[in-house]
Design a protein around this ligand. Sequence first.
Ligand code: ADP
Length: 171
Amino acid sequence: MKEATLVIIKPDGLHRSLTGNILTRLSETRLFIVGAKAVKVSKELAEEHYRHMRKASFFNALIDYIMGKAHNTRRVLCLAYYGEDAIRKVRRITGSTNPEEADPVSIRGAYGRITTKGLYENVVHASSSQSEAEREIKLWFKPDEIVVTLYKTKLVVQESSKLRCWDNKNK
Ligand code: ADP
């Protein structure tokens, strides 16, 4: 069945210039990239993304990690992949959560590490189920940032909202 999945190249992946290697590995899946963008991760976004980890002892360290505080790079790269069996195909190439247990040929097995404080810095995030993929893609992307229609959308008129746009006057 065709489905979508979210991949995030985490701050350690960007800091260590692993983007090219990771994208090359993911291209083995033959899936389509239907959305891609760099994101400066706010605390709210980080906490919402990892809301299922709220009770974990390492939650605060995890939030700092995905916000880039541990790598002095306040950005991640978000990608939405689409195609047959996308979630399983991407998870197989990214590997297990614990980089020491991950297949050494997987992305996490090859590039991940466990910090001295015990956090898994595993370079990439990949959605684990269809419901999580939908929740995560809707959290990280706006409908117009995805080039196919993945989920139902609606049009909302927001007259009083402000929108930042390019200012070409007096550049
Ligand atoms: P996954 O990212 O494989 O879907 P989880 O959602 O369970 O796994 O965990 C979110 C992130 O929290 C992991 O990618 C990893 O960075 C970190 N993490 C998970 N479990 C542990 C753990 N036991 N010890 C340290 N860090 C962990």
